[in-house]
Write a protein that binds this ligand. Structure first.
Ligand SMILES: Cc1cc2nc3c(=O)[nH]c(=O)nc-3n(C[C@H](O)[C@H](O)[C@H](O)COP(=O)(O)OP(=O)(O)OC[C@H]3O[C@@H](n4cnc5c(N)ncnc54)[C@H](O)[C@@H]3O)c2cc1C
Length: 325
């Protein structure tokens, strides 16, 4: 049923889709990435304020797998990524005491976390600003909005993938895309100058109804910019998903309480992530069905994060090379 002249179409140019495309392109298999965003990166997202990008999606990444370690070493050598910290603060909404927690090295990016996906995607054909509506089948071939493909890879959160899937044409894919996701609102607050003293590079907020995390974006990015980014809890995000700005005031109030800046921000913005993080991971690395549809992404990992997404896309790429060669 598959035709070697057609490209493998990968819907989703986040890190998993781009990693999958890299493996296919390296094996000489024609590939095409399609994304509804104008730029690649997905949830590894940076938004600019007065020319400076602040990271509003993934806050940082960690490294444990040797294959990913090699990629990160190349990013580090090129100055694109650097070990940020292994220690964050922890505060509880129900108690006053603050502690610190150490863990693996968290990596940050001087140019914004999106820059890593942009570098991975260099030389790959990407059709941006194209929202796919329907993944179906025609004459035995999978189709993306009516265009036939050799294979179709859905590289995005399961609920987004299911929306576009013709479930009657691709029943195994529909049955496999079951992961649930947490929602997050991200509040970016730009201050006239750095005006907080006690805040660590990052602060986990436990047991608070509104906030879950605060990052000092200037420390993370190493430019000392007076920018904080706060992430909400799922419970705070859900009622505000249709109008995210309405979730901002309570977040700013909580941010002010925990970070104690002595000035008001000059600019704030709220970004909605309806499908921010998988509620749980799973042992399988990808989904590959016999109707020509495959899936990868962070939920196809026991550690559903940036590294897990890269590993999932890479593993699917190798599986496709084997099956299509
Ligand atoms: C607020 C937040 C905080 C996070 N913090 C961390 C962290 O600290 N550390 C960490 O490791 N990870 C973190 N993550 C998770 C991390 O960002 C993801 O695990 C990783 O980026 C997932 O990559 P992906 O390729 O699987 O999916 P995505 O990056 O979501 O890529 C999917 C792509 O599909 C595209 N798409 C969707 N629907 C369509 C359509 N119909 N047509 C065309 N294109 C479509 C989207 O535009 C997107 O570009 C965080 C995420 C969020 C949102």
């Amino acid at each position: 049923m598959e035709s070697p002249r057609l490209p493998v179409t990968i819907v989703g140019a986040g890190i998993s889709g781009v990693a999958c495309a890299r493996v296919l392109a390296a094996a000489g298999i024609p590939v095409e990435l399609v994304d509804r965003g104008r730029r690649v990166g997905g949830r590894m997202a940076s938004r600019r304020h007065e020319g400076r990008p602040a990271d509003i999606g993934a806050s940082y990444f960690t490294v444990s797998d040797p294959a990913f370690e090699e990629v990160v070493a190349r990013w580090a050598e090129a100055g694109l990524a650097r070990g940020w910290t292994d220690t964050f603060g922890v505060v509880s909404g129900s108690q006053d005491a603050r502690t610190t927690a150490s863990g693996p090295t968290r990596w940050g990016t001087p140019g914004g976390i999106r820059s890593l996906v942009e570098v991975l995607a260099v030389d790959l054909p990407v059709r941006g600003a194209t929202e796919v509506q329907r993944v179906s089948v025609e004459d035995g071939l999978p189709t993306v909005d009516g265009r036939p493909a050799r294979m179709v890879v859905l590289a995005m959160p399961d609920p987004q993938a299911r929306r576009m899937l013709d479930e009657a044409a691709h029943p195994a894919a529909a049955a496999g895309l079951t992961a649930a996701y947490e929602a997050v609102l991200a509040l970016t607050a730009v201050y006239p100058q750095r005006c907080w003293e006690e805040l660590p590079d990052g602060l986990f907020v436990n047991d608070d109804p509104v906030l879950a995390w605060i990052a000092d974006d200037g420390r993370r990015r190493c430019d000392a910019a007076p920018v904080l980014v706060a992430h909400s809890t799922d419970a705070h995000a859900r009622p505000h998903l249709t109008d995210p700005a309405t979730g901002g005031p309570a977040m700013l109030e909580a941010l002010t309480r925990y970070a104690a800046p002595s000035l008001d921000p000059v600019h704030t913005a709220v970004h909605r992530w309806t499908f921010a993080k998988p509620v749980a991971g799973r042992p399988e690395r990808y989904l590959l069905t016999d109707t020509g549809v495959a899936a990868c992404g962070d939920s196809w990992s026991d550690k559903p994060r940036v590294e897990g997404a890269w590993l999932s896309g890479t593993a699917l790429g190798h599986a496709l090379v084997e099956s299509l060669a």
